[in-house]
Design a protein. Structure first.
Length: 114
């Protein structure tokens, strides 16, 4: 299993970023997938999930209406479009299956300045 996240960076409040997740060695096309984040001193939390065929998506209350999760099963890729970012969104963002694989990627750092 290899999960590789990318697309993070430093952005001002109100800005946007698009994260990407590449999966290999997994049963990606049949997996429910999710984006997780971990802020300094806090536990990792699930912020968005998407079913295998993209029919259903769910979001944490803190990001609903601002973040959009999507996937491309042919490419084994998943995305997180993040709009209207605020400093509370600052965290390392990870992708993984639901339930999670024991292996995690390195994550991608998102930093939102006020």
């Amino acid at each position: 299993v290899q999960l590789v996240e990318s697309g993070g960076g430093l952005v001002q409040a109100g800005g946007s970023l698009r994260l990407s997740c590449s999966a290999s060695g997994t049963t990606f096309s049949i997996d429910v997938m999710g984006w997780y984040r971990q802020a300094p001193g806090k536990q990792r939390e699930l912020v968005a999930r998407i079913t295998s065929g993209s029919r259903y998506t769910n979001y944490a209350d803190s990001v609903r209406g601002r973040f959009t999760i999507s996937r491309d099963n042919d490419k084994k890729m998943m995305y997180l479009q993040m709009n209207s970012l605020n400093p509370e969104d600052t965290a390392v963002y990870y992708c993984n299956r639901i339930p999670t694989y024991s292996t995690w990627g390195q994550g991608t750092q998102v930093t939102v300045s006020s």
